[in-house]
Write a protein that binds this ligand. Sequence first.
Ligand SMILES: Nc1nc2c(c(=O)[nH]1)N[C@H]1C(S)=C(S)[C@@H](COP(=O)(O)O)O[C@H]1N2
Ligand SMILES: [Mo]
Length: 197
Amino acid sequence: MVLSTSEDGMTISTPLQNLTQGTDAILAVAMNGQPLPVQHGFPVRMVVPGLYGYVSATKWIRKMKVTRFDRDEAYWTPRGYAAKAPIKISSRIDVPTSFAQAEGGQERRGGRRLGADPWRLEGRGARRQGEWVRARLAGAPNEDTWVQWVYEWDAEPGNHTIECRVIDGEGREQVEQRAKIRPDGTTGLDSKNVTVA
Ligand SMILES: Nc1nc2c(c(=O)[nH]1)N[C@H]1C(S)=C(S)[C@@H](COP(=O)(O)O)O[C@H]1N2
Ligand SMILES: [Mo]
C-alpha cells in the first residue's frame, strides 16, 4: 500500500492496486481550472476514484511511502475503521425534501447516485410495499461521478413514503440493511415522507 502523510499530520493508507491498475488516480493541483482551494488540499492532494476519502484523498500531501498493511497503519485504522474501504453503491433523494407538501399530479422526484455505469436507479412506488420503478438517469462526464436521476411520479393524494435504491451493472443491489459508517461505510436506503394534497 501507499502510506501518505500530510501537512496536518494525517496518515492515509491506499491499496497499491487502486493507484496502479487502470484507475484514474491523480495528484490534483487544480480544480475547475483554478488552483486547489486551501480547504480542499492546496497545493496538492490525492484523488482516487472508488475509495472513501479516509483511505484515498490525502489533502496537503507531503510524503508517499510504498509499504505494506502489516507494517504500517493509517490514522483511522486503530480507531475502528477498516484499512480497506471501497465505496459502496448508494443513492439518495434530493427532491422532494422530507415532509414536503406536494400538489399531486406530476411530482418530480430527483436525486443522485454514485458509481460506475451502466447502473439503473429505481424508486419504490406510492405505498411502502409498492413496486420498484425505473428512474431516468442524466448523462455523466465519466464513470466516477454522482449522476442525477429523476422519476415523474403520478402521485395520489395522501401520505407517502418514497425510497430509492441503485443496482449496478452486474446486477448487485444497494444494500437495504442499515449500517453505520464504522467500520467501512454506511448502507441502507434513503427515504422521504411526503404528503400529497
Ligand atoms: N490531510 C488530510 N486529508 C484528508 C482528511 C484529513 O483529515 N486530513 N480527511 C479525509 C476525508 S475522511 C475525506 S472524506 C476527504 C474530504 O475531502 P474534501 O474536504 O475535499 O471534501 O478528505 C480526506 N483527506
Ligand atoms: Mo471522509
